[in-house]
Design a protein around this ligand. Structure first.
Ligand code: AMP
Ligand code: GLY
Length: 403
């Protein structure tokens, strides 16, 4: 089949890399793709995705980022009778609006943090006494992972009000291990991918501001079968049944002492969680995705390598603030057990240069989590660009907590 991947980040390069290895894929296209996916697929610079899919006779389109989903790409494709993996615009609002998402969870009885919505800074101030510190403040709309501030005290909450755009969700702070629980959904049923953990803060030991994600690992020990079934039954399937949800439903879960609580819904795969997940996937990915797009998903279509995988993100100087771009990247030829997934890179006559906040995701499997971390950092040590920053502790939490 001919497959089209929409998006140009590390997640989409990893998706394309796994699809390129699917027996059922005869042609692979990306829009826009990046210098990494260009080694596997034909890249197209257009935003008229329907026309692109029709003119190339694409059998299946997979959407990476949330922006086209929220804008209704899935509705447009379906109107034309084209198979696509993703939610319709109405369901994409689960990610597009935190207020909608929290009210939806409340209505369906999905376990989540206690919250209040406010329209103005004055309303927020009036609501502060209803919460303990730390207090979590969230912008309602899409914010590329940067719309959440955890205020430790009153002064930080005041400061947050100057940084976040109203309306806001205020919610109680939850304590526990955070897990990325992603399920592929076909409108009637859902099959969970393997669990993974993201590292959202910019600095080691989870310090500094939130980012889009500085690294991730996937290890089957993150959740046992009982925990997986419980999250599927209490979080994912209620959404699928209430909304005929299609595509990837990503629940950011806090495993609290009182059980799993949803921190947020995303309506797509995680970035960088997808990078280690694609390393672990051990089946015909295109076949599974097409089955989901046709409403014929079955659990046997998804199979996994039991080995853990780790991804370390290499970011530009300045990230998550404004970054300095156009820096030449050297050392991209890594040992065969490592994959380089491109994100913010650009091909120039002089070579591949940095072109964004998150530049590359170095990813490797290992016989153990420790081995996958070592293999990944061995790959990282080959690569250089001026101002390169990355966390040195990706996966370390897993080494401490997973038994
Ligand atoms: P969100 O975009 O809602 O997932 O928030 C971004 C990050 O902030 C999450 O991945 C958590 O690490 C943290 N966070 C969000 N909500 C809470 C909460 N209620 N309690 C503790 N941490 C949270
Ligand atoms: N890695 C978190 C996200 O994709 O939202």
């Amino acid at each position: 089949m001919k497959v089209l991947v929409i998006g140009g980040g590390g997640r989409e390069h990893a998706l394309a890399w796994r699809l390129a290895a699917s027996n059922s894929v005869t042609q692979l296209h990306c829009a826009p793709g990046n210098p990494g996916s260009a080694q596997l697929a034909t890249c197209h610079q257009t935003s008229d995705y329907v026309h692109l899919a029709q003119s190339l006779h694409i059998d299946l389109t997979v959407v990476g980022p949330e922006v086209p989903l929220v804008a209704g790409i899935v509705d447009q494709f379906r109107t034309q009778g084209l198979h696509i993996v993703g939610p319709n615009a109405a369901n994409a609002a689960l990610e597009g609006s935190k207020i909608y998402s929290k009210r939806f969870m409340q209505k369906l009885g999905i376990p989540t943090a206690r919250f209040q919505t406010v329209d103005t800074p004055e309303q927020a101030r009036a609501a502060f006494p209803h919460f303990h510190f730390p207090l979590v403040l969230k912008t309602d709309g899409l914010a590329a992972g940067k719309g959440v501030i955890i205020a430790q005290n009153h002064a930080e909450a005041e400061e947050a009000l100057t940084q976040l755009t109203c309306p806001l969700v205020l919610e109680e702070f939850l304590v526990g291990e955070e897990v990325s629980f992603i399920a592929l959904c076909d409108g009637k049923t859902a099959v969970a991918l393997e669990p993974s953990q993201d590292h959202k803060r910019i600095f080691d030991n989870d310090e500094g501001p939130n980012t889009g994600g500085m690294g991730a690992f996937s290890d089957s020990r993150i959740l046992n079968q009982t925990q997986r079934s419980s999250i599927l039954e209490t979080v994912i399937l209620p959404v699928v049944r209430a909304t005929q949800f299609t595509g990837f439903l990503y629940a950011g879960i806090m495993m609290t002492a009182d059980g799993p609580r949803v921190l947020e819904f995303n309506v797509r795969l995680g970035d960088p969680e997808t990078q280690p997940l694609m390393m672990r996937l051990d089946c015909d990915w295109a076949e599974a995705l097409l089955a989901s797009a046709r409403g014929a998903l079955t659990p046997d279509l998804l199979r996994w390598n039991p080995k853990p995988a780790t991804c370390v993100v290499l970011a530009s100087e300045g990230y998550p603030g404004p970054v300095i771009a156009n820096r030449l990247i050297t050392g991209l030829e890594l040992p065969t057990n490592c994959q380089v997934f491109h994100a913010g890179t650009r091909q120039t006559d002089a070579g591949i240069v940095t072109d964004g906040g998150r530049v590359l995701g170095i990813t490797a499997l290992g016989d153990t989590l420790q081995a996958s971390i070592q293999n990944t950092y061995a790959g990282v040590s080959h690569i250089h660009f001026e101002g390169m920053q990355y966390r040195k502790d990706i996966g370390a939490r897993g080494l401490r907590t997973l038994k």
